[in-house]
Ligand binder design. Structure first.
Ligand SMILES: N[C@@H](CCC(=O)N[C@@H](CS)C(=O)NCC(=O)O)C(=O)O
Length: 229
């Protein structure tokens, strides 16, 4: 059994995605939580982002690269379909979830109405002495990202409406299948699950409402949980 450390907080959808992939493959791991912003650069000198996975001393960054590495370490069960066209669709959905859906979640987490709740959620993982400073740094560095990306500039009602339409598209892509493009869970399901879990983690009541209006998504999340412990 390889010795595996997962660096990062599970508030991050990407860390959650990796933790669920490890559980699916029944790989034991130690979770190392974020304690200060400096941890990110220490763990990952390339992008300074979490998650980072350490496997027998070898570090891999980026949830997508990590999942590919996990398929090499433990091929069973695979994280993509055996059917090449379904696997391509799963890779594209994984990428869309990481690179687009993520920003809807971020934009609502850092909206003027939700920013204080988001900071309160993040700070408990930081030592008390560092909290005032970290609050300021986090809101300047992370909170400004959705505005730079663009979605964070939309009026809140437009953002919520569009987020709902994206969730409807996910339901359309799921169709009658239990998982995206297949009958067994893939990296696409884990990526979407990570985003929806962060969206439901407290600071964004708008997502609570959007997802409770769409029970198909809650059912999908439950299926992912059932196979990832
Ligand atoms: N594409 C990356 C995204 C990772 C990412 O954006 N992580 C965020 C947390 S949700 C982070 O570390 N942000 C800190 C920063 O950007 O400084 C992945 O899939 O791992």
């Amino acid at each position: 059994m390889p010795k595996i450390n997962l660096y990062g907080s599970r508030i991050s959808p990407f860390v959650e995605k990796v933790a669920r992939a490890l559980a699916l493959k029944k790989l034991e791991f130690r979770q190392v939580d974020l304690k200060s912003p400096g941890d990110l650069k220490r763990w990952n000198r390339v992008t300074g982002k979490m998650p980072v996975l350490e496997v027998d001393g070898e570090k891999v960054y980026d949830s997508t690269f990590i999942l590919r590495r996990l398929d090499e370490i433990q091929p069973d069960p695979p994280l993509f379909s055996d059917d090449p066209s379904a696997a391509a669709a799963q890779r594209m959905l994984e990428d869309w979830s990481d690179e687009s859906l993520y920003w809807y979640v971020m934009a609502l987490r850092w909206s003027p109405k939700n920013e204080a709740a988001t900071i309160r959620q993040i700070l408990p993982t930081v030592p008390a002495l560092l909290r005032p400073l970290v609050g300021l740094i986090v809101s300047r560095q992370i909170g400004s990202m959705p505005r730079v990306q663009g979605l964070g500039r939309l009026p809140e009602d437009v953002l919520v409406r569009e987020a709902g339409l994206r969730l409807d598209d996910l339901i359309g892509q799921l169709g009658q299948r239990p998982f995206f493009f297949a009958d067994r869970v893939s990296a696409a399901d884990l990526a979407v699950y990570g985003e929806l879990r962060t969206a439901l983690s407290g600071p964004t009541p708008e997502f609570d409402a959007l997802i409770s209006e769409r029970p198909v998504l809650a059912d999908h999340m439950k299926r992912v949980e059932d196979c990832t412990g």
